[in-house]
Design a protein around this ligand. Structure first.
Ligand code: SIN
Length: 331
């Protein structure tokens, strides 16, 4: 029966991904092309939602590995636009799985929405024999309509993850996402959200931060500390004009000694260096913990990017070619 609630509209914004992907053979779960079906077509595959108050809008059509600043800006603007409408209960974003957690964190930090913004994706294309997209989309719409829910969330394989914790942890299986030590925020069962805990509240940085940013956005790169790490990699990035570095450190925030002089020089030249762990879950603990201690490297990259947009740093002092003046900063 059609809803009589005038405030339960859901807007589904399409951006592409495997959920909109197509293969030539229904048995092929890997040899497909992402971003082939429109978001309206995806909705048509769900007769259960016929008559439901849903709007669709195609914001982009890409494989999320190719996500870029311009698409992020447009998506953030469209999400903000629809959230401001009183009739809209929540927004769903169909997305690729590969960079879903990055988009989730960007939207959360910029908008910190008071209504649900639900990112949804699939590991198998829309043409697959057992496509996971339709069920995920159905679940996402249910979550977007859940009264009292807020924040940017991700819904996949029946689980609801928060923007700060969601990680893609598997390249193939349908249940490819995880929330680490804390576990998911809830599960969706037969169209109902069973909540385990509430998403943390956040203070929005504001859309104006992105709208006022020059294009391209500041260049922030991730450097991994690993066996055989070479100082030349950091020096090349700084020499090429990188504006910020995220260090994906080993274990509990440890850094290969070969990288330390160049990292210290980078900081001295005004290039902030944030440190997090390259471990798949957990946080950096102890004196080396800093601003990025609990973030994944790609999440920290966005955080540093937003920090640079909000307050671009000035060089502390000219780099001394004779060697580093300071120890590696602990953000
Ligand atoms: C993508 O990220 O767009 C392709 C991969 C996927 O959605 O699983």
């Amino acid at each position: 029966m059609p809803s009589t609630n005038l405030h339960d509209s859901v807007v589904i914004l399409g951006t592409g991904g495997t959920i909109a992907g197509a293969a030539g053979d229904a048995h092929d779960n890997v040899g497909y092309t992402a971003a082939q079906r429109s978001v309206t077509e995806l909705l048509l595959a769900l007769p259960a939602l016929a008559g439901s108050r849903i709007e669709t809008e195609q914001v982009a059509q890409l494989d999320s590995k190719d996500m870029d600043d311009a698409t992020w800006l447009r998506l953030t603007q469209r999400v903000a636009h629809h959230l401001a409408r009183p009739s809209v209960a929540g927004v769903v974003v169909t997305h690729g799985t590969d960079t879903l957690e990055e988009t989730a964190w960007l939207l959360q930090r910029v908008l910190a929405p008071l209504k649900p913004v639900v990112l949804v994706a699939a590991m198998r294309p829309a043409t697959a024999l057992a496509a996971d997209g339709p069920q995920n989309l159905l679940d996402a719409v249910a979550v977007a309509r859940t009264p009292g829910l807020r924040g940017v969330l991700a819904v996949l394989a029946g689980r609801v993850h928060g923007a700060g914790e969601v990680r893609k942890v598997h390249p193939y299986r349908a249940d490819a996402f995880d929330s680490g030590d804390g576990g998911p925020l809830g599960v969706v069962e037969e169209g109902r959200l069973r909540r385990f805990r509430e998403p943390p509240a956040g203070v929005p940085l504001g859309l104006a931060l992105l709208e006022g940013a020059a294009s391209p956005w500041p260049w922030v790169e991730i450097v991994t500390s690993h066996a055989g790490a070479r100082v030349d990699a950091v020096r090349a990035l700084v020499g090429a004009g990188v504006r910020g570095l995220v260090l994906a450190a080993t274990g509990n925030g440890a850094v290969h000694q070969a990288l330390l002089p160049a990292l210290a020089d980078a900081e001295a030249a005004g290039v902030p260096v944030w440190r997090c762990t390259r471990c798949a879950s957990g946080v950096v603990v102890g004196t080396q913990a800093g601003l990025a201690a609990a973030m994944s490297p790609w999440q920290a990259r966005i955080e540093l990017l937003l920090t640079l947009l909000a307050a671009p740093p000035r060089p502390a002092w000219p780099v001394d070619p004779a060697g580093p003046k300071i120890a590696l900063h602990k953000p």
